[in-house]
Design a binder for this molecule. Structure first.
Ligand code: GAP
Length: 474
């Protein structure tokens, strides 16, 4: 659909290569693939789940473990339906939808405008998008049949509903929603956390969990999915301090991505011009994905809106009594909201490298070692030599207590190295005949491809230094 200049073509090619590698090497599969897949839902394979876990662990360390002022939470996906009325999601959580009058293909208006290079982005208000769409009708065509006749734009609510606890047989009656964001689980537990722990304002509650949205257009691989995971930290402050805390949080989150190994030039801030009515300020951290700079994380100063709404709808007092000043107030909230899947895609895009080695090309994922799915691959040189295999099993057993390792005795060593390069394993340890006499193994470095001999008894100390990064996923 998009006019393909060379740059767009290159970027599409890169995205296609990443998608293909993710499938071929066991990172990401389409959901229910044997049944033809299921739109905008994905499964994470053996290496994908390791990378996901490393991302989530690094986030948890950064946002909870390293901080004195943040505690964790794991709230349920199902919540009382009133939560979503109070939050504004039932009335206001929607995207602009239109339908082709000829073939009835439905699509999200703002993203289609963007594809035709008309300059809408997801931060425009619905009214602005509608105006722009009407003005641009001559340039836009239905992706399926080429017609340019469309129905009036409708607001399409993104909440996914279920029939949980509904035995009436009427599926539209009293829907129970699957949560559209993890944040609401934090807000409704703010009082519980306050009453059952030692926290005092300012403090944060962090949570990682699934969220669900009925996204209209399934696009860009795992960038926009209907089931996804969020990593959110909601920070409760006094109304006087919220903007100061917001600035601190922005800085802290920016540094997180640099520590994950993302280059500064591939990140940028995007300030929201059209704020939702309760937001005082909103910024996104954008990453330069192969399809351009797009939102990786949202940072929002939400004022006292959330707790005031839950106080109003639940009838419960959400005020905080400051033990030092005796002031009573509804805490203000600043939030950091990141997507696990988007961080995953950013890390793979950042790591993806093609190199020429002599006459050969190699594909290598240059993850920061701490975040790599497999940290060390252990190879006996030959699989039909029991003494080598046994020694290699012993090394695997020891190292795997500390790191996610992989044992591989199949094929020639060169091929085994290439395979580990493609999944981003930073070190390979090869056990050969010399090992049997001098107790040394060959350690091969993914990026430099240099090899060195290390004594088996020094391996733990050796790798401790190699994996000493701040955001270690292990
Ligand atoms: N509590 C605030 C909130 O949910 P958001 O900007 O709608 O804000 C935050 O979402 C983050 O969640 C996004 O920056 C993105 O990383 C992730 N996200 C949102 N919708 C997503 C989707 N459909 N698929 C994958 N990730 C998504």
């Amino acid at each position: 659909m998009v006019k393909k200049d060379t740059k767009v073509k290159e970027n599409t090619e890169l995205m296609d290569k990443i998608i293909s590698l993710c499938k071929r090497r066991g990172f990401v599969y389409s959901s229910s693939e044997i049944y033809g897949g299921f739109a905008a839902v994905y499964d994470y394979g053996p290496y994908g789940v390791e990378l996901l876990n490393n991302i989530k662990n690094s986030w948890w360390k950064y946002m909870v473990q390293y901080r004195e002022d943040v505690v964790g939470l794991d709230s349920a996906i199902f919540m009382h339906p009133k939560v979503w009325e109070a939050s504004g999601h039932v009335s206001g959580f929607s995207d602009p939808l239109t339908e082709c009058k000829k073939c009835h293909y439905r699509f999200r208006v703002d993203t289609v405008l963007e594809e035709f290079g008309i300059g809408a982005d997801e931060k425009m208000s619905l009214e602005e998008i509608e105006k722009l769409f009407k003005k641009s009708l001559a340039k836009i065509k239905c992706a399926k049949c080429g017609s340019n006749e469309f129905t009036e734009i409708k607001k399409f609510n993104l909440l996914v509903s279920s029939n949980l606890g509904n035995f009436s047989g009427d599926s539209d009656k009293d829907p129970v929603y699957l949560r559209g964001e993890t944040a609401q689980g934090i807000y409704v537990n703010y009082k519980n956390v306050l009453d059952s722990t030692r926290v005092k304002i300012p403090f944060g509650i962090a949570q990682i969990g699934k969220a669900f949205r009925n996204e209209i257009t399934a696009r860009q691989f795992i960038f926009r999915t209907r089931e996804f995971e969020q990593m959110e930290m909601q920070y409760f402050t006094s109304p006087k301090e919220d903007m100061k805390e917001y600035e601190k949080l922005k800085e802290y989150r920016w540094q997180y991505y640099l520590d994950l190994g993302i280059k500064k030039e591939n990140l940028k801030w995007h300030k929201h011009e059209n704020l939702v009515f309760y937001a005082k300020e909103a910024y996104d951290i954008e990453y330069k994905f192969p399809f351009g700079f797009k939102e990786l994380e949202g940072l929002h100063a939400r004022g006292g809106y959330d707790l005031s709404q839950h106080a109003k709808f639940s009838g419960k007092d959400m005020n905080y009594l400051d033990p030092y000043t005796n002031e009573k107030y509804i805490p203000h909230i600043v939030e950091s909201s990141a997507g696990v899947g988007r961080t995953f895609l950013a890390l793979i895009s950042e790591a993806y490298t093609e190199e020429k080695i002599g006459d050969e090309e190699r594909v290598v994922l240059k993850f920061k070692p701490e975040i790599a799915p497999i940290k060390i691959a252990v190879f006996p040189l030959l699989k039909n030599k029991p003494e080598l295999v046994e020694k290699a099993h012993g090394i695997f057993k020891n190292l795997s207590k500390l790191y996610r390792c992989e044992f591989d005795d199949n094929g020639n060593i060169g091929k085994r190295y290439r395979r580990q390069d493609e999944i981003g394993t930073p070190y390979c340890a090869t056990i050969d005949f010399d090992t049997l006499s001098n107790n040394e193994v060959t350690i091969r470095d993914r990026d430099t491809m240099k090899q060195e001999r290390i004594k088996i008894e020094n391996l733990v100390e050796y790798f401790k230094l190699k994996f000493s990064g701040y955001t270690t996923g292990q």
